[in-house]
Design a protein around this ligand. Structure first.
Ligand SMILES: [Zn+2]
Length: 437
């Protein structure tokens, strides 16, 4: 049995040191296991973290068959006080969270078995009840190691800060059986490291906003291997799947190290959020990771276009058309978008300062950014080999709406990205006219 958890073990026990600074970090999670198989180890793992506690295992019919039933039998055989709850129609909404709180009230610990919906519902329910939770993953995702849950309130998804899991367990032989679409989406949602890092670093270099190297140092251990083995992911290669799973876990932990989601979520995520917020009937039902993947390709094209040009962009003050915003988003949303945009908008003076800076330092700046960027061909090629969607048409998303998402995404958050640079120079509308969709 291969153990992929070396670095994660050091992180969990607090002995890992950032190579550049020697700094040590502690994370709240007490155990992370990523192994070829956890069959037979369940009782011992849970016994270490949750001894003598009343446990309820929460799964849905699919994850129960894939893993939940096995864990229940193992814990029962191991002498744990354990019940199981198979949730027929899981939904991570206010009502869903209340269902879990009510139906599994008589336990000390909940153990989630599943992915997004089950994990986030149990995470939030345990936070509200002040109870511990641990999770067995059935697909690779970064949500298992974050301290946030994505919960839908009256149809609107909100990311809520709550307590993370105590134990996070990945049985790679189970994960290798999950729908291939989930593996491709997980790959897309971590390979976006490249565009998120360029945007976040650029914001730091230009405006001295906060930036942290630690998440990227951790991700750099496995990223080359994962990219090399991208074509073996869908055939269930345990070694490459282990790399993807570890990278996903570390992406999640990055939000703990930095206390913000910036390290893995910049413009490519804003484009995906825009799609979720405004596509309405045009939404093709694609997942977060799938949309982020396509947006990562778009952002990489934009990064390449700007950064390979020896001529710096010529910046001008940010123009926001309030009437157009009102028409498109309604007055309330337009208000909040105006506020987000105002935090990073350029006035004439700031635009001049930026132009001055570019005139003196463009060569240095663009090379600093290109150093952390995956070459476009590497990004595109690896995503193709991992079975990811590569364009709006692959997503089955209307091409005009996708162009609108790329031009509108900059307004939904205060995060400064290449969308801002391009829109406040040559204009994003010019880019979207020619970008592949
Ligand atoms: Zn994401």
């Amino acid at each position: 049995m291969t153990d992929y958890s070396g670095i994660l073990k050091e992180l969990v026990d607090g002995s890992w040191r950032e190579p550049d600074t020697g700094k040590q970090y502690t994370i709240g999670i007490k155990d992370i296991a990523i192994r070829a198989s956890l069959d037979g180890a369940e009782s011992e793992l849970i016994g270490k973290l949750h001894p003598d506690q009343a446990i309820t295992i929460v799964s849905d019919p699919f994850t129960h068959d894939a893993l939940g039933g096995r864990i229940y039998r193992a814990l029962k055989a191991g002498g744990h006080k354990v019940k199981e709850y198979v949730w027929e129609k899981p939904r991570c909404s206010e009502e869903g969270v209340e269902t879990i709180r009510r139906d599994t009230a008589d336990c000390d610990v909940r153990i989630a078995v599943g992915s997004g919906t089950i994990n986030d519902t149990v995470k939030y329910a345990c936070f509200l009840d002040d109870r511990e939770y641990s999770v067995f993953a059935t697909s690779p995702m970064n949500a298992f190691t974050t301290g946030t849950a994505s919960v839908s309130f009256n149809g609107f998804k909100r990311s809520i800060t709550c307590k993370g899991a105590k134990g996070v367990y990945f049985d790679l032989s189970v994960i290798s059986q999950c729908p291939p679409r989930l593996v491709s989406a997980a790959f897309a949602d971590v390979i976006c490291r490249t565009t998120a890092q360029v945007d976040w670093l650029m914001s730091h270099l230009l405006f001295d906003t906060r930036y942290a190297q630690t998440p990227y140092t951790l991700l750099s251990y496995d990223e080359p291997g994962m990219i090399d083995g991208a074509d073996q992911l869908l055939s269930g290669d345990i070694e490459v799947l282990g790399m993807l799973t570890r990278i996903s876990a570390i992406m999640g932990l990055g939000t703990i190290f930095t206390e913000t989601t910036h390290s893995g979520s910049m413009a490519e995520h804003m484009i995906s959020h825009y799609i979720d917020m405004f596509a309405g009937d045009l939404h093709p039902g694609t997942s977060h990771g799938e949309q982020v993947g396509v947006a990562t390709i778009t952002m990489s094209q934009l990064h390449n276009q700007v950064l390979t040009n020896p001529q710096p962009p010529l910046m001008r003050a940010t123009r926001v058309d309030r009437d157009d915003m009102n028409d498109r988003f309604g007055p309330d949303l337009a208000d909040s978008m105006m506020q987000e945009t105002a935090k990073k908008a350029l006035d004439d003076k700031k635009a001049d300062q930026l132009n001055q800076r570019f005139a003196n330092e463009w060569e240095t700046l663009r090379h600093q950014l290109m150093k952390v960027m995956l070459p476009y061909e590497t990004l595109h090629g690896s995503m193709q080999r991992a079975g990811c969607q590569l364009s709006a048409s692959d997503l089955d998303l209307d091409a005009d709406f996708y162009r609108e998402a790329v031009t509108g995404a900059r307004f939904i958050r205060d995060r400064f990205s290449m969308l801002d640079i391009v829109d406040d120079s040559t204009g994003l509308a010019n880019f979207t006219k020619t970008m592949p969709v």
